[in-house]
Ligand binder design. Structure first.
Ligand code: ATP
Ligand code: MG
Length: 422
């Protein structure tokens, strides 16, 4: 019997974690400078939260959720995305009452979707996202987009394209909806069964269909942008104006409708244009959700956010041939010869580590030569070899591995030496 990771999941091995940690630290830093405070919510929620918050007609709710009944007979779902949970928490903890609005939240953690496995699409993946809840100012739309772009710039990505669109307000959506139904209804038989279901329930989702996206009626479908009300149109212009001020380039993409039901006004996606990125090019998606807080039982408060996965960010780095600079340093390796020396090594290691100096030694009884090789492989900056004479003298030659330079240092002075030369 042999075991494997479940389909669609992956182990992130020790040689890969430094890359992840680096990205995570960039994300934490950006959240800090933009002032989006981290929120941590449970990895599962009441199933209904997602049905309501993500939308009954979405792929996520219809096909992708990991839903189970717990021993108490409650229907729970592993979170497929972060916005519904963040908004649930916002409402539950009455964050709308906090004096400083909008409430700016960020989150990072695993999400779960039962999807067909392919490059860039996992069943467990890590999303980073932000939500700004409590402001309907187009400047915050631009801030959220700018933060998302900064994430990719900070890791060094260049081949990026920002697509934006406006989904308008309720009036826009209603008018557009009728136009869509009229457009697709006569030929709906040529579309997949999902689209047939969507026609009356949520025809906008037809435009987002992955099966029928080549159908000629897609191209000629009524565009949301032609139905924008004066208000939505002015709002969208303002968002673009702020993006211009920020020097952020964008493409207005009238076909961008996004997968989730709750979006209105601003919708955006960031794509990788790197050749070799593969079929799925979306790195990040976000938008405004002015009805969501109320749908989830809160007051009528507007919000906007985005989510991106670290998996796709790393794939984009690979596609652009960018290696993140990661820190994996070993300050000193201690080689011990004999039992007495080993005792001393253990003691020294402990004193190094207490001062934040990374230190290691042999634990599998290797000969001195093998220990030296190990120090080399681990990339140790310094090596010391402790034998009988060193113990007698209470001093040791500390060798700088790269230059080969050696210096005699008393045991008691080693910590200070290393702190000075780290
Ligand atoms: P897609 O059209 O690729 O299915 P989506 O609309 O389902 O994307 P969102 O729910 O908007 O995606 O999630 C935001 C981001 O999370 C995506 O842009 C993508 O980077 C990432 N993402 C979504 N699903 C997955 C997955 N299964 N594996 C890895 N990353 C994912
Ligand atoms: Mg999806």
């Amino acid at each position: 019997m042999s075991f494997k990771v479940p389909r669609g999941t992956q182990d992130i091995l020790p040689e890969q974690t430094p890359k992840w940690q680096k990205v995570e630290s960039i994300l934490r830093d950006l959240s800090r400078v933009y002032r989006y405070k981290e929120i941590r919510t449970p990895m599962f929620e009441q199933t209904e939260l997602f049905q309501r918050g993500v939308g009954d007609t979405t792929d996520i709710v219809q096909k992708e959720m990991y839903t189970f009944e717990d021993r108490g007979g409650r229907s729970l779902t592993l979170r497929p995305e972060g916005t519904a949970s963040a908004v649930r928490s916002y409402v539950e903890h009455k964050m709308f009452g906090i004096p400083d609005q909008p409430v700016k939240l960020s989150y990072i953690g695993p999400m779960f979707r039962y999807e067909r496995q392919q490059a860039g699409r996992y069943r467990q993946f890590v999303q980073f996202g932000v939500e700004a809840i409590g402001s309907a100012d187009p400047a915050i739309d631009a801030e959220v987009i700018s933060l998302a772009m900064d994430v990719y710039h900070s890791v060094g990505l260049k081949d990026l394209q920002l697509h934006i669109n406006s989904l308008g307000d309720k009036e826009t959506r209603d008018a557009h909806r009728s136009a869509l139904i009229n457009h697709f209804k006569p030929s709906i038989g040529e579309f997949c069964s999902d689209c047939q279901n969507r026609l009356e329930k949520n025809p906008l989702r037809i435009l987002d269909c992955k099966v029928d996206h080549e159908h000629p009626l897609m191209e000629s479908a009524p565009k949301l942008t032609d139905y924008l009300t004066e208000f939505s149109s002015a709002y969208f212009d303002k968002v673009k104006e702020y993006l211009d001020v920020l020097g952020i380039e964008y493409v207005v993409d009238p076909n961008l409708v996004r997968g989730l039901d709750y979006y209105n006004h601003t919708a955006f996606e960031i794509m990788s244009t790197a050749s070799g990125f593969g079929a799925i090019t979306t790195l990040c998606g976000g938008g405004r959700y002015n009805g969501l807080v109320q749908d989830i039982g809160g007051p009528d408060v507007p919000g906007i956010g985005f989510a991106l996965s670290i998996e796709r960010l790393l794939l984009a780095l690979e596609a652009e041939g960018i290696e993140l600079e990661v820190e994996d340093s070993l300050d000193i390796y201690v080689v011990a010869i004999g039992d007495e020396a080993k005792l001393k090594s253990v003691e020294l290691l402990s004193s190094f580590r207490a001062k934040g100096i990374s230190a290691d030694m042999d634990y599998v009884d290797r000969k001195m030569k093998a220990q030296m090789k190990s120090a080399d492989r681990l990339g140790a900056k310094y090596v010391i070899v402790i034998g009988e004479s060193e113990l007698e003298e209470a001093a040791v030659n500390i060798k700088h591995m790269q230059t080969g330079n050696q210096e005699k240092v008393q045991f008691v002075d080693l910590v200070n030496f290393l702190l000075e030369h780290k």
